[in-house]
Design a protein around this ligand. Structure first.
Ligand code: NAP
Length: 316
């Protein structure tokens, strides 16, 4: 068991990430008390039953009134409104953090809502699965993963240190960068791949000459892996694209140019160019495995991971 870092923690948004945080805090003894709140009454009732929090509050204000740490863990499009709803109920000295997959837009919205004297530490754990909801959470989700912190004008050194300590205690490595850089990096490594997956699965579903049952029956490895990513939460991903528009459009432009180049390679039967490209991409995968961010096990170790709980990693 690690050392306690906070007394009272409030987690708003009890889906995959919020519930995993609650489990992790409890499993590792990092807080004396965790109060949860979710906008959905049904989720609050399910969270109450699952009992990963000490208390489920009926309102956002109630959930934060004693908190020395508040974690905003809802889809990024709802974060500004959530911050507004708790602004008047926060205790002096509280630290507010978030876990959203987009940083610049969230910082603007949250800081407009919170009183100036409240310390805010924008954060994003690079850990997740394609599952959502309070049942999907598990305490080891963040182990061996990265947590990115993107300090803003409202981030004090002391608050940054405490949130960094928290992620370390949950088993993550921590990296600090600007919000703009985070949004560009994630547009490349997460948002664009998700967009491609949503699109390719949509294309297959719309093909009239191939029946839906054939798509499912003959879904060889490549397509099946896209369907896993394309099964991610629709609301969360809608909000990510709407809130990281500039960086995603920039990456999409580059992607379209590169796709046109591959199209040309195939049209002109330029096998050497194709082979060169695939050799470079294979090396990138090897690098990811060597860095411990993926497993070399057959089927990406997915069956083993699923039996542990939670399925394959699909972090935003
Ligand atoms: P999730 O499983 O869909 O859970 C989000 C929960 O937040 C839902 O129960 C939702 O209720 C609730 N909610 C919405 N607005 C709220 C509000 N104003 N106050 C309190 N609760 C509210 O989503 P998640 O995967 O945990 O994602 C949460 C955040 O983590 C997102 O910002 C996402 O970008 C970030 N993140 C996700 C991953 C991932 O892989 N999933 C990884 C890293 C970071 P309703 O269903 O009623 O709307």
């Amino acid at each position: 068991m690690s050392q306690k870092i906070f007394e009272n923690v409030a987690i708003l948004g009890l889906g995959l990430i919020g519930s995993s945080l609650a489990h992790g805090l409890r499993d590792k003894g990092l807080a004396s008390r965790v109060v949860g709140y979710d906008a959905s009454e049904d989720v609050r009732a399910r969270a109450e039953k699952l009992a990963f929090c000490d208390e489920i509050a009926a309102t956002p204000e109630d959930s934060v009134k004693d908190a020395d740490l508040v974690v905003l863990s809802m889809p990024v499009g709802a974060t500004g409104e959530a911050a507004k709803s708790i602004a008047g109920a926060l205790k002096p000295g509280v630290i507010v953090t978030d876990v959203g997959g987009v940083k610049s837009a969230v910082i603007t919205k949250v800081e407009a809502a919170l009183p100036e004297e409240i310390a805010f530490v924008p954060g994003h754990p690079i850990a997740g699965t394609e599952h959502s909801g309070p049942e999907a959470g598990f305490g080891s989700l963040f182990e061996g993963r990265w947590a990115i912190l993107t300090p803003s004008d409202r981030t004090t050194d002391a608050a940054l240190q405490k949130i960094s300590d928290l992620w370390h205690a949950l088993g993550s490595d921590v990296e600090t960068m600007t919000p703009e850089h985070h949004d560009l990096v994630l547009a490349t490594t997460s948002h664009l791949p998700h967009l491609i997956a949503f699109n390719i699965v949509g294309t297959a579903a719309d093909m009239e000459e191939v029946t839906r049952s054939e798509v499912i029956k003959f879904s060889a490895g490549g397509f099946r892996d896209f369907t896993r990513i394309a099964a991610s939460d629709p609301v969360m991903w809608r909000d990510i694209f709407l809130n990281n528009k500039e960086a995603v459009l920039e990456m999409l432009g580059r992607f379209s140019e590169d796709l046109a180049a591959v199209q040309r390679m195939i049209r002109w039967e330029d096998g050497d160019a194709l082979q060169d490209l695939f050799t470079r991409t294979r090396a990138i995968r090897r690098g990811i495995i060597e860095a411990g961010q993926e497993t070399e096990a057959p089927d990406f170790g997915r069956r083993a991971a699923q039996s542990e709980k939670g399925g394959a990693k699909s972090e935003s």
